[in-house]
Write a protein that binds this ligand. Sequence first.
Ligand SMILES: *Cc1c(COP(=O)(O)O)cnc(C)c1O
Length: 431
Amino acid sequence: MRDVWNTAALARMDKAHLWHPFTPMLDWCAEDHQPLVLVRGEGAWLEDSEGRRYLDGNSSIWTNIHGHNHPAITRAIREQLDRVAHVSFLGATNPPAIALADRLVSHFPPDTLTRVFLSDDGSTAVEAAMRMAIQFRQLQGEPTRTGFIAFENAYHGDTLGAASIGGIGAFHRPVAGHTFPVTRITDPDDLGPMNHVTAVVIEPLIQGAAGMRPWPPGLLRRLREKCDAAGVFLILDEVMTGFGRTGTLFACEQENVVPDFLCLAKGLTGGTLPLAATLTTEHVFRAFLGPFEAGRTFYYGHSYSGNPLGCAAAVASFDIFRDERVLESLPPKISRLRDLLASLSSLPFVHETRQCGLIAGIEVRRPDGSPFPWHERTGHAICLAARRHGLLTRPVLDTIVFMPPLCTSEEELDFGIAAIAAAIGDTLPAC
Ligand SMILES: *Cc1c(COP(=O)(O)O)cnc(C)c1O
C-alpha cells in the first residue's frame, strides 16, 4: 500500500519548528514557498510527498554511493538492528566496527594506514585528525609545532576546528575571530617555512565546496614530497572524494599518495547513516602509548562513535563495491559524462564545465564572461528549474553540481544533463 502524505500540513509544521542547514530561513518560511518533502528512494531516484520522481543529481549532498534503498545495505542495517542499535565505543567494542576497520585498512599497502578512529561526520573526522596532529607534536616534545597550512577556498566542515582550516569566506565570516590562525596558500610551491607546522590539509584532486575545482595533475604528489622533506604530516580530506567518486576508491590512489591522516565520512556508509573514520599510521598511534600516568591518551570522542548500525552499513557498502564490481563499471560512465559536459559547453551562459570522475560542476556566467551578481542567486534559480525537469541538485554559487550516485546508468546521466540544459534555458532565456 502506498503512503499518503499531507504535504500542506507537513510544510506548515516544518516552517513552525525546524531550522534547516545552510538555508535562508526567511525565504524558506515564506507563505508561497512549498518545501520539497522527500519520502522514498530507489536507486538513483527520489520521490516526493506528491509522488513526483527526481534523479538524485547531487547524491543527497554528496553522500549516496550505490543508490537509495540498496537491498544489501538495508539488510545489513536490519540484521544489526535486530541485535542492538547502539553500544558505547568508550571502553567496549563491537563486531561491525572491527570488521569495518579491517576492510578500511586492508585497502592500503601494509604498514601505511593501519589505525582507524571512528566518529560521526566529515567535520569530526577532520577534527580528530587535527587533534591527533597537534597532540602528536606535544608528545614528541615539540609543543610549539602545532600550526596548520590549508588551501584558499578549502572546505573541511563546520565545527570550529574544521572551519578554522576552511577557506571559504562567506561560510566562516560570522565566526571570524573565534577560529584559530592558519596559514592559507593557493599553491604547494608557497608552503614557506614549516618548522611551526604540524600538518598540511587538502581535499585531494578536487575542491568540492569551492565549486568543484580540480587541482592540476601532479599537485598532490608534489605536496606529499614537500611534506616528507619537511617532516610535516599530510592530512587528506576525502570526505567528498572517497568511495569511488573520482573513479578510484580513494582519490589519493591516482597520484600514488598515502597520507598520514585520511578523513572519510559522507560515502562511508553508502550514504545511509552518519559515520566517519580518521585513518592514520602506526607511527602516529605509537606516540600515544604509555603508562596511564604519562598522560598520552587521546581524550577525544563522541557518544555515537563506532555506532554498530553505521559500521554494518559501511561493511555492506564495501561488499557491494566487490560484488557488483562498481569501480570497474565507472570508466564508461565517466567518459559519457565528459561527452555530455562537452555538449553543454556550447550553450549560451555556460562559462566552464569541470569534472573529476563522476563529479561535475557547470558554471554559468554572463555572455561577456563576468559573473552574475551573487545576490541574484542564478545558480539557485537554475536548480529550482531543474526540479521541474526531474533533477534534484544544489549549486555552489553559480556552479551547478552534478554528481549522482555511482549506480547511475549512462541513460540516467543523459537525463540529468538534459535537465540542467533545459533549466539553464528556462532561467536564462537567450536574448
Ligand atoms: C562535506 C564535507 C565535510 C564536512 O562533512 P560533514 O559530514 O558535513 O561534517 C568536510 N570535508 C569535505 C571535503 C566535505 O565535502
